[in-house]
Ligand binder design. Structure first.
Ligand code: HEC
Length: 111
């Protein structure tokens, strides 16, 4: 899993124009297990939030994440992921995440 994600992240940096193809490829990997947050993260959010591709806030940048959680509040952030943003596709590439999964994923990235 990790090496696939790393390859995807690297490819993003090299060839943003192929992002769509990679998004489809990654989305197909992300259908299985929303129960395991680390796996869900690796299969979906990591494509952007691991490397900071497309200016996504990086996993582990807790100062930025904490500020955002304080500013907008968790429900608004969950809503952002579900409906998508400027560069983030709706659902963040997770096809079977519940609101609770998104909350856990955001908390996971903020650590
Ligand atoms: C295709 C790249 C991509 C993927 C995949 C992705 N994100 Fe994002 N995300 C972004 C970008 C880029 C931003 C910054 C806002 C923007 O430009 O859209 C962002 C912003 C966010 C924000 C801040 C929202 C706000 O209101 O400011 C949250 C929360 C978030 N992402 C969570 C997630 C979660 C959870 C996942 C996985 C289920 C995920 N993202 C998957 C690219 C991505």
């Amino acid at each position: 899993m990790f090496s696939i994600t790393t390859t995807v992240a690297k490819s993003y940096r090299l060839l943003v124009s192929t992002a769509t193809a990679l998004i489809i490829g990654t989305a197909m990997l992300s259908t299985a297990s929303a129960a395991d947050i680390a796996t869900s993260y690796n299969n979906s959010c990591a494509a952007c939030h691991d490397s900071g591709a497309l200016n996504a806030i990086k996993k582990g940048d807790s100062a930025k994440w904490q500020q955002l959680i304080k500013q907008k509040g968790m429900p608004a952030l969950i809503k952002s992921v579900k409906s998508g943003m400027i560069q983030m596709p709706a659902g963040g590439l997770c096809t079977d995440c519940s609101d609770d999964d998104y909350r856990k994923l955001i908390e996971y990235m903020s650590k």
